[in-house]
Design a protein around this ligand. Sequence first.
Ligand code: GDP
Ligand code: MG
Length: 310
Amino acid sequence: MNKKSESWLSKLKSGLGRSSEQLTGKISKILSRKKLDAQMVEELEDALIAADLGVPTASRLSSSLSEKTFDNEISDEEVRQILSDNIAKILKPIATPLKIDKNLKPHVILVVGVNGSGKTTTIGKLAKLWAQNGKKVLLAAGDTFRAAAVEQLAIWGERAGCDVISDDTGADPAGLAYKALEQAKVLGVDVLLIDTAGRLQNREDLMGELSKVIRVLRKLDPDAPHTCLQVLDATVGQNAHSQVENFKDITNVNGLVMTKLDGTARGGVVVALAERFGLPMYALGVGEGEEDLQPFDADAFAKNLLGLDL
Ligand SMILES: Nc1nc2c(ncn2[C@@H]2O[C@H](COP(=O)(O)OP(=O)(O)O)[C@@H](O)[C@H]2O)c(=O)[nH]1
Ligand SMILES: [Mg+2]
């Protein structure tokens, strides 16, 4: 393993450490009675729910455990191993890296999510990564509400060495998106990343605006945006469900990035989301720096969550 992925894994480990400590501590306590019985299965289910895995997932996981192991002596480590294997199975189908489609020119990625979830930061990290890999990247500062948001994206653009299309504060984001896609086509850009404002899910006007951005993009490319990426902040826990539901209605969200896994005990929500929506989890954010975004690894995530060595 190289240094970079090692440091990233240790960040994921210490990040998920908070989620994992709570869960594994409870499992050890429950398993101190050795033979798995109905009450223990129930207690395990509660521990999984408390770890933000959600009720349906928690009950499925705990009942699959009882099928296999009822009335047998079983160690705490074995239980964690079984849970980890089952969680990895749930996560495997959603562990899909975000690939730029070479045939598109540009591959248009619209980035949505509530305010503060990490959209602009994630765009910056992706831009840096792709630019480093020789892709021609263009950024559109579609959060035209705040001057600071445009400035923030401009800084990321500089770091990545790619152009940023922006407009005055208060300008129409749909107009900006249109201009950006026009430019991207002229310049032969590989990927266009469009930032958006933090849209409160209950604000009809803001949601309307997002629909307008999409409508306008489709005048230039009927298939755009090719990816509608929703950024979620792991610290919101189960609230992530309603956020996905709200954005999915309007924007055909077809992939997720989960940020701030470095500072939360609520990492289990990734598993709950996988079962509920089955949307690709493209990457995880474990910090504010440009290196702190990595493709989602189902096995590593499950093992870390259960406090098992990789
Ligand atoms: N610790 C941590 N902070 C993050 C991560 N991603 C974003 N942030 C921080 O969260 C705050 C909001 O991020 P921003 O990208 O501006 O969110 P936006 O409003 O959705 O564009 C900023 O201070 C970021 O530096 C992450 O993975 N870990
Ligand atoms: Mg932003």
